[in-house]
Design a protein around this ligand. Structure first.
Ligand SMILES: [Zn+2]
Ligand SMILES: [Zn+2]
Length: 398
């Protein structure tokens, strides 16, 4: 027993559940507005411990239900299936609960700490899965070490401690798991009918760390006016990594030429003439005129031989619209993205024509500004405009 006093044996479980519910009703009736906010902290701790105790008791009963096949009269084939059905649990959640319940007899110290509310279900689950992995290599004092760690660490850090312990007791098993994780790697890039791409994948710890390190290096801390959420910044960083590879010219040739993005566009589309067709990315994916104009801002453009009115925009560093010498001068002058407050370095920028060349603008220093990919978009798809003013150009929102 973890609490004081109390006479046992007088109450049926149903009476106890009724009593617990009526006690919770008393708490729910309390007007919290009249209580000091600080007192809620103590309440959180107390209720968290009670939650742990309730969950431990539920698992203790689940253990009996599972081993005695108490579910058969309902027609369910397993305790996990019954839990999913009667308690509306997910497959993973039902499975976790049964697995931990089955380990409770073999892990008395864990069960005791859980039953007293000292550790949570997540902690118990981490210890139980470590014990299952270790099997008979689980040494007598290992449970003591893990339960002590669980009382002081969050489940994630406990998991790391468990991996260290397992590596100490069973290095072959840790290596075997790592190989299995590596074998289960995949990356799936798929396109929907709407033209959207979905990226889905799984990587082992090392590969994930490589990807994360590379993404972090191009993510940089957000600028003060950067309104992108973390996910959007991560998606942009992923594309930036690929774009740099394409721009770097180090990738192997495909079909006799360096890989690059190809856009086919009519001159009428580039000048935004009314009634003009959409531009087309490779594989005939239509894109708006303004996106083609952005890509054409700093890329070479060549006529398509078999279609007199069409041109091809080739996005890649080897095919810059702005000649190398002019770009060097532009970098020397602008140094970084020219959007107010943005300091993305020149290497990550495109040259933007203040008056676009399809509209008769010159490719000359006075008509060019460096913008990072994010802000270049502002002046095309985003509808921002640039106006000459005293002391330089100013950016006007749409
Ligand atoms: Zn531009
Ligand atoms: Zn910028």
């Amino acid at each position: 027993m973890c609490s004081e006093g109390g006479e046992r044996g007088r109450w049926t479980p149903q009476e106890v559940f009724r009593e617990i519910n009526s006690l919770l009703d008393r708490l729910a009736e309390e007007d919290l507005g009249s209580l000091p906010a600080e007192s809620m902290g103590e309440d959180q701790i107390a209720l968290e411990r009670i939650c742990n105790r309730v969950q431990a008791e539920a698992l203790r009963r689940l253990r009996r239900f599972d081993s005695g096949q108490g579910y058969t009269s309902s027609g369910a084939l397993t305790a996990k299936a019954w839990l999913r059905w009667k308690c509306n649990l997910t497959y993973t959640s039902a499975s976790n609960q049964v697995e931990v319940a089955r380990q409770m007899d073999a892990l008395p110290q864990m069960s005791q700490a859980f039953g007293c509310g000292d550790i949570s279900f997540r902690h118990a689950s981490v210890i139980a899965s470590t014990a299952a992995d270790l099997g008979d290599r689980m040494e007598a004092n290992a449970e003591d070490i893990l339960v002590t760690a669980a009382k002081n660490l969050d489940p994630r850090r406990l998991k790391i401690a468990c991996l260290h312990l397992r590596h100490y007791l069973e290095p072959d098993g840790v290596l075997r798991d790592a190989k299995e994780q590596h074998d289960r790697r995949y990356l799936y890039l798929s396109q929907t009918l709407d033209g959207l791409f979905y990226l889905n994948g799984r990587f082992d710890a090392e590969a994930g760390a490589v990807l994360r390190t590379a993404l972090d290096s191009v993510m940089r801390p957000p600028a003060p006016n950067d309104e992108r959420c973390g996910r959007q910044r991560q998606a942009d960083a992923m594309v930036e990594l690929a774009r740099r590879q394409l721009d770097g010219g180090q990738l192997p040739e495909v079909g006799g030429q360096k890989p690059h993005l190809m856009v086919t566009v009519d001159m009428a589309t580039l000048t935004k003439a009314p009634g003009s067709r959409a531009a087309e990315l490779e594989w005939a994916q239509p894109i708006p005129a303004e996106t083609a104009r952005r890509l054409a801002c700093d890329c070479t453009i060549t006529p398509v031989l078999h279609r007199a009115e069409s041109h091809q925009v080739e996005a890649g560093r080897s095919s810059r619209k702005i000649p190398a010498a002019m770009r060097r001068a532009l970098i020397a002058r602008d140094k970084h993205c020219r959007f107010p407050g943005c300091d993305i370095p020149a290497a990550w920028t495109d040259g933007h024509h203040i008056k676009h060349w399809p509209d008769g603008g010159a490719t000359a220093l006075w008509n060019l500004l460096l913008f990072c990919r994010l802000h270049h978009r502002f002046f095309h798809e985003g509808g921002w405009t640039l106006q000459q003013a005293e002391g330089g150009v100013v950016a006007i929102p749409p």
